[in-house]
Design a protein around this ligand. Structure first.
Ligand code: FAD
Ligand code: UDP
Length: 363
């Protein structure tokens, strides 16, 4: 077989590039995917009870980029879901990120925004320079809230305490002085009306794109396909045969349970910072607004072994990554893009933005 582009991985990065190259430039494309489905970590499907679930944990699309939103909106409508997350602390359910409502429920008193600012001013720890994920939190809200919400959750999620992780991890959660209980404040957010997988199917529905080769590692076919350029969205260390050592990725075990009731919990995601071995519980019917007499929930148990889900933001791993990146930059017609290939804790919209940028370069 001969194609213009061989694309490794059928997630957001791979599908965006396949679609753009095929539609806009008329290039022929072959996508090869190790798993038995397209969509990467955003893959969703109807389980045996007919409930739409996400195989790799809660995925909510959100972006401030109008360009990214408009691009994906060619392939899907959105269901208007607004994500809210509850955390169970001291036996109470409170909203995250920390906001006025969270503080009132937690401390059983009312706060004005000014009172809350004064409260944090009294409790926050003065830090000269934000060096890690602990500094980010204690410098804003102080030790007590850090311990309640962040310390143990992070240890469970990453196997590391926040002081061992780069600031970008806990910087994902702001602190709010208003009553905005949404998890994300991006201008555009939601879940594809017919699910993520259907959106990916539409992206790949193009006569220049060959049927995706599923259940196939690219190495098994790379010598039997002729191509001009390679787009690689898998782990960068694997591409280079781990020559500079393995990059660690945090993994998760997902445990799905279907319950004989319509509704299980009060939000799409409920976090358990201080109890249980799991970090959070997702109930998918909140996301998809599906009507069904049963409901499926998913527990997330973080692990060191397993599929690579999270690059670990830590300076010493960034150094290893940069060694690989220098090798990658020397290769003429191989392009590394996406969360695994760039070893970066990227959200879906950032991956799409990166893929659209790479497409411009290739045009
Ligand atoms: P992936 O989706 O990982 O796709 C890469 C694909 O390449 C995979 O399907 C893989 O099987 C394939 N592959 C790898 N190596 C090979 C090989 N050698 N040969 C063939 N195929 C190969 N982002 C958000 O914006 N919002 C969220 O709510 C959100 N929640 C998340 C929750 C969890 C639990 C996780 C793990 C991530 C979450 N993300 C979220 C991040 C989101 O999953 C990623 O940004 C996005 O999936 C990255 O797309 P990608 O194409 O770079 O990688
Ligand atoms: N975090 C935490 N407690 C929480 C929620 C988040 O300590 O209840 C920290 C934790 O380190 C987590 C990070 O903030 O990994 C980012 O949270 P986010 O919800 O963005 O994680 P993701 O959905 O990417 O797993």
């Amino acid at each position: 077989m001969r194609v213009d582009y061989l694309i490794v991985g059928a997630g957001f990065a791979g599908c965006t590039l396949a679609e753009r190259l095929a539609t806009q430039l008329g290039k022929t494309v072959l996508v090869v995917e190790r798993r038995d489905h397209i969509g990467g970590n955003a893959y969703d499907y109807y389980n045996e009870d007919g409930i739409l679930v996400q195989k790799y944990g809660p995925h909510i699309f959100h972006t401030d980029s109008e360009a990214v939103w408009k691009y994906l909106s060619r392939f899907t409508r959105w269901n208007g879901y607004v994500h809210r997350v509850l955390a169970v602390v001291r036996g109470k359910e409170v909203y995250l990120p920390i906001n006025l409502d969270t503080m009132e429920r937690l401390y059983d008193r009312s706060f004005t925004p000014e009172e809350l600012e004064r409260f944090f001013e009294r409790h926050r720890v003065r830090v000269d320079e934000i060096r890690n994920s602990r500094d980010v939190v204690v410098s804003q809200v102080g030790e007590e809230l850090y311990e309640l919400f962040f310390k143990n959750y992070t240890k469970k999620q990453w196997g590391l305490y926040p002081e061992e992780l780069a600031p970008e991890v806990t910087k994902r959660l702001p602190v709010r002085f208003n009553r905005d209980t949404r998890y994300f404040t991006d201008r555009f957010q939601g879940i594809p009306s017919d699910g993520f997988t259907r959106m990916f199917e539409r992206m790949l529905d193009n006569s220049n794109i060959n049927p995706v080769l599923l259940n196939t590692d690219y190495r098994d076919i790379v010598d039997s396909v002729r191509f001009d350029k390679l787009v690689y969205t898998g782990p960068i260390d694997y591409y280079f045969d781990y020559k500079y050592g393995r990059l660690p990725y945090r993994s998760l075990d997902f445990k799905f349970v279907t319950l004989d009731k319509e509704r299980h919990q009060n939000a799409g995601v409920v976090n358990y910072p201080n109890e249980h071995d799991y970090t959070r519980v997702t109930e998918f019917k909140h996301f998809y607004m599906q009507k069904h007499p049963k409901t499926t929930i998913c527990y997330e148990y973080p692990t060191a072994e397993g599929d690579p889900y999270y690059p670990i933001p830590k300076p010493e791993f960034e150094e290893i990554y940069l060694k690989y990146k220098r090798e990658a930059d020397k290769l003429g017609s191989v392009y590394f893009i996406g969360r695994l290939a760039q070893y970066k804790y990227l959200n879906m919209d950032q991956v799409v933005a990166g893929a659209l940028e790479l497409f411009e370069e290739l045009s």
